[in-house]
Design a protein around this ligand. Structure first.
Ligand code: ZN
Length: 126
């Protein structure tokens, strides 16, 4: 059972590293709209731009990332957290990162960044 869990954690770790590696080395994003709201209705939602923001962050374009969507910062933070948890399983740092307090902070940050994004969308529309 333990070896299956270890294998599962290793697979997840490899997938996350592969995705981050791909985003980091790719010179541009594929032009595929991921959001149904934007694709079918032409209406941007509060999470539109997270993929582009994450890509810009991985390429060191912090300002562009913030302008696309601040939640992109949170996505990278959550992925980094997951990488640490998977790499240091049962370590004190890993247990702290999985605590409810960290979850609450991440959720509050998500709401805050979502509000910032929504507020900017309203300002841009007027
Ligand atoms: Zn969207």
């Amino acid at each position: 059972m333990e070896s299956r869990l270890r294998m599962s954690r290793s697979c997840e770790l490899i997938i996350i590293v592969a995705i981050l590696g791909y985003f980091t080395v790719s010179p541009r994003l594929m032009n595929i709209p991921l959001c149904p709201s934007a694709y079918f209705g032409g209406v941007l939602c509060p999470t539109c731009g997270i993929t582009r923001a994450t890509w810009h962050l991985l390429h060191g374009h912090v300002s562009d990332a913030w302008n696309f969507n601040p939640i992109g910062f949170l996505v990278l933070l959550i992925l980094a957290r997951r990488l640490v948890v998977l790499s240091l399983y049962n370590h004190v740092i890993s247990r702290w990162l999985q605590s409810e307090n960290v979850d609450r902070i991440l959720f509050a940050t998500f709401l805050l960044f979502g509000l910032i994004r929504s507020f900017r969308m309203v300002l841009a529309a007027n």
